[in-house]
Design a protein around this ligand. Structure first.
Ligand SMILES: *[C@@H]1O[C@H](CO)[C@@H](O)[C@H](O)[C@H]1NC(C)=O
Ligand SMILES: *[C@@H]1O[C@H](CO)[C@@H](O)[C@H](O)[C@H]1NC(C)=O
Ligand SMILES: *[C@@H]1O[C@H](CO)[C@@H](O)[C@H](O)[C@H]1NC(C)=O
Ligand SMILES: *[C@@H]1O[C@H](CO)[C@@H](O)[C@H](O)[C@H]1NC(C)=O
Ligand SMILES: *[C@@H]1O[C@H](CO)[C@@H](O)[C@H](O)[C@H]1NC(C)=O
Length: 729
């Protein structure tokens, strides 16, 4: 009866059983004209500071002082566009600002030894670009050394060419602070080219007095960051609206929990624009029945999405909901299905976002929306009991921006029909937003895409949002080639992108499942997968979500299954498509399933059809007879490349069932089964255009390194070797 827990598709983007999920919203800065953007202005300032910077370096060089000084005199006074703690305690603080061609860092670390910084696409030092800095305790001189990690060894050597340039450095009783810069792309094979993709920023701290000595690091770590992301915290004062849960107890026995609650918009006399949001994380573990505040305890909040609800005449009912505590996702009232348009979305690793300066999301319009739904996904794998009051702080302003923006979800409908086989290095899946959908929902003049949030879970490695017009592919709208689910921020589309009605959007995800032994199914839980993009655009249209999935019959055929006991393919399809009642189910099966799921399923996060996969028993072919589909899937010989490649190709280039969902939860175009679009791929000539004019900075003190030293572990080794080079000069 109530199998809605695993029934996906009918409404898009809502709490519990709906399609897409996690969207993230918005973005900083407009880049339509790069020189207008606030960041660009900072960059120009940066360049103007070069003269000053040089003077500082000179000053610094003549003063061979130590310990006692006014640290302020060593500040370069750059305006740092970004500031991030690299570790949980804030012992290593990285600030930076970039221009079109170079990037300047300031590294403040709680050490009187060396501090190491590195850049890599992996979370380790193999092949990493590394830089080590320290202030000599004897004379107060600062030094930076450009190093790298060899491909197949956990150690590192000094680069042949030194591409890092020291600006200033000093230390006090507790900290070492250095400023240095480099070109974004040094055209040096031993350096990492800093670009738009996410980079793993590595760090390590040496022990006291390790300047120029053989060091053994005392701490190290890494975190993913995008160094070239724009920032745009508006300079004007903003009002804020806190949308948060109220002392919700997260039970210790639920690994995955969705909680949904309705909020009433602030009472505004006229239209305002929402221009950004930040997360409010307030999770207190309950120990001996008492919630405790712990500095280092990890919050189970995995992501949060705020949705706008379509208008409903029954204000009283919605007011009551707004006063209440909210609902466990699958139990939420059916009227909440009209809350489909994402406004703000936060996922683990994000500090929040601001919209580009030319757009805002309207709030407080006379006839506008006044109710919103917050959805919080708790990923409580550690199974702790937690008292939680997390939520989102929404920033808004009466100073209206040029355009009313909206978010649109696209990609693969979240369901168990999205399968990623285990042991694959690069497995691709794709979701299509059909031309019929954009044709019927977009205005004559089309829309302007401002920014995109690309979303997958832990095995996602690359995500690209592609744009097809007719039979021609246009340049990619947005892409991430080094995806890390621990760090999710939306990405500005430089110059914006004009998207016409009738164009096609394709979200392509590439997964690395080499560490997994079993197939991964699509779903909301952190251990399942997704492939979504959330597109911020203007002007607003009625379109809220535009997804596709493999049609059910084709899906099972691809895995060699023709028939199940008790359910026809059509009935199975109906389960995936319907949002609740399973009138056509044979009664016995219904009872069975009901018993198996209702509780267990929700607790394991087995929704979106994952539970169904474990129930369906194969009748045809005889080869797989009497196995559940899940068992069959688990037993397939995934390491046979030909098989996996064939499955990948069939699902990618085969049929797609497309969904086009409007803001009021109605369909913008009928559900259709269509072939993968036939288009001419665009040929990227990026590499040919790359210009390498950079003149290297050679430090006189450094000679060529020989990579013959012993293998230490991790960063230590790198540092050791680097420093050895210095000492040996
Ligand atoms: C030492 O330097 C760090 C980083 O610049 C600063 O945060 C700290 O306050 C300084 N400590 C003292 C005692 O000046
Ligand atoms: C939540 O509980 C804390 C005590 O644990 C209390 O101080 C606070 O007022 C509560 N919040 C609300 C909104 O009731
Ligand atoms: C599957 O189960 C049915 C009924 O129990 C049995 O008749 C049939 O032989 C089984 N098939 C296989 C391949 O074991
Ligand atoms: C795709 O389009 C090209 C050119 O428009 C055509 O030659 C080709 O046959 C088409 N392929 C399919 C599978 O329709
Ligand atoms: C490739 O380079 C040419 C000339 O530099 C340019 O006109 C063209 O737009 C580029 N194509 C792509 C896909 O970037």
């Amino acid at each position: 009866m109530h199998l809605q827990i695993f029934l996906t598709l009918s409404a898009v983007l809502v709490c519990d059983a709906k399609l897409p999920r996690l969207n993230r919203h918005t973005q900083p800065n407009e880049l339509s004209n790069p020189t207008q953007n606030a960041q660009a202005q900072r960059l120009i300032q940066t360049e103007a500071k070069t003269v000053k910077t040089n003077r500082i370096i000179d000053q610094y060089r003549v003063r061979h002082r130590r310990d006692v000084f006014d640290s302020k005199s060593y500040e370069s006074s750059l305006i740092w566009a970004h500031s991030e703690r690299l570790d949980e305690n804030g012992d290593v603080l990285l600030r930076w600002v970039n221009s079109d061609s170079s990037i300047t860092f300031r590294l403040e670390a709680r050490t009187r030894g060396y501090v190491g910084l590195g850049f890599n696409s992996a979370r380790n030092m193999r092949g990493a670009d590394l830089v080590v800095a320290w202030v000599d305790d004897r004379n107060g001189n600062a030094q930076v050394l450009d190093c790298h990690g060899p491909e197949f060894d956990d150690l590192a050597v000094a680069d042949d060419v030194q591409n890092y340039e020291l600006i200033s450095g000093y230390q006090n009783d507790t900290h070492t602070t250095v400023e240095f810069r480099r070109q974004l792309d040094t055209c040096d094979k031993q350096d990492f080219a800093i670009g738009e993709d996410t980079v793993q920023v590595l760090w390590a701290l040496g022990p006291e007095g390790s300047d120029g000595e053989l060091p053994k690091h005392v701490k190290s770590g890494s975190r993913p960051l995008r160094l070239l992301q724009p920032v745009a915290k508006p300079q004007v004062p903003l009002s804020n609206w806190d949308v948060r849960l109220n002392n919700l107890t997260i039970p210790h026995d639920m690994a995955t929990l969705f909680w949904c609650k309705i909020f009433k918009a602030p009472d505004l006399p006229k239209k305002h624009h929402i221009v950004g949001y930040q997360p409010i994380i307030d999770s207190r573990p309950i120990k001996n029945k008492v919630p405790v505040v712990e500095k280092d305890s990890l919050s189970p909040v995995h992501h949060m999405v705020l949705y706008e609800c379509a208008e409903d005449p029954d204000k009283q009912l919605w007011n009551d909901w707004a006063e209440g505590d909210g609902f466990f996702g699958p139990n939420r009232p059916s009227q909440w299905a009209t809350c489909v348009t994402p406004i703000a979305a936060w996922a683990i690793g994000s500090k929040g976002e601001y919209l580009p300066e030319n757009v805002g999301i309207p709030v407080g319009e006379k006839s506008g929306v006044s109710y919103y739904m917050l959805e919080v996904h708790y990923d409580n794998q550690a199974l702790h009991e937690v008292l939680d009051s997390s939520g989102i702080r929404v920033y808004y302003t009466p100073v209206l921006r040029a355009h009313d923006a909206a978010l649109l979800g696209a990609g693969i409908g979240v369901s168990a029909l999205h399968v990623i086989p285990p042991k694959q290095r690069q497995y691709r899946t794709v979701g299509i937003c059909s031309p019929e959908c954009t044709e019927s929902t977009m205005p004559e003049e089309g829309i302007n895409i401002v920014s995109v949030l690309l979303h997958a879970h832990g095995t996602g490695r690359k995500i690209a949002l592609k744009h097809i017009r007719g039979t021609q592919e246009l340049p990619v709208i947005s892409e991430e080639n080094s995806y890390d689910a621990r760090y999710q921020q939306s990405r500005i589309v430089p110059g914006g992108r004009k998207f016409r009605k009738g164009d096609t959007l394709i979200t392509e995800c590439t997964y690395d499942s080499t560490t997994r032994d079993k197939p991964i199914l699509g779903g909301y839980s952190a251990s399942q997968e997704m492939c979504l993009s959330f597109v911020l655009y203007y002007p607003r249209t009625e379109l809220a979500g535009c997804y596709s999935m493999t049609p059910v019959k084709e899906f099972f055929e691809t895995f060699g299954v023709r028939e199940f006991y008790g359910l026809s393919m059509l009935q199975v399809e109906n389960i995936f498509l319907s949002s609740g009642n399973l009138e056509n189910l044979p009664p016995q099966l219904e009872i069975d399933m009901q018993q198996r799921y209702s509780e267990e399923t929700a607790m394991q996060g087995d929704d979106q059809g994952v539970g169904l996969m474990k129930e369906l028993i194969i009748r045809e072919p005889v080869e797989f007879q009497n196995k559940t589909f899940m068992a069959h899937l688990n037993e397939m010989p995934w390491s046979e490349r030909l098989l996996t490649e064939q499955i990948e190709k069939t699902l990618y280039k085969g049929s797609h069932m497309t969904f086009c969902k409007k803001r009021d939860d109605s369909w913008g175009a009928p559900i259709q089964i269509q072939n993968y679009p036939n288009y001419t791929e665009i040929i990227s000539n990026e590499t040919a255009e790359k210009s390498c004019h950079y003149k290297s900075v050679r430090l006189p003190s450094v000679t060529k390194a020989s990579a013959t030293s012993a293998t230490y572990n991790k960063l230590t080794a790198i540092l050791a070797l680097c420093v050895t080079v210095i000492v040996a000069r």
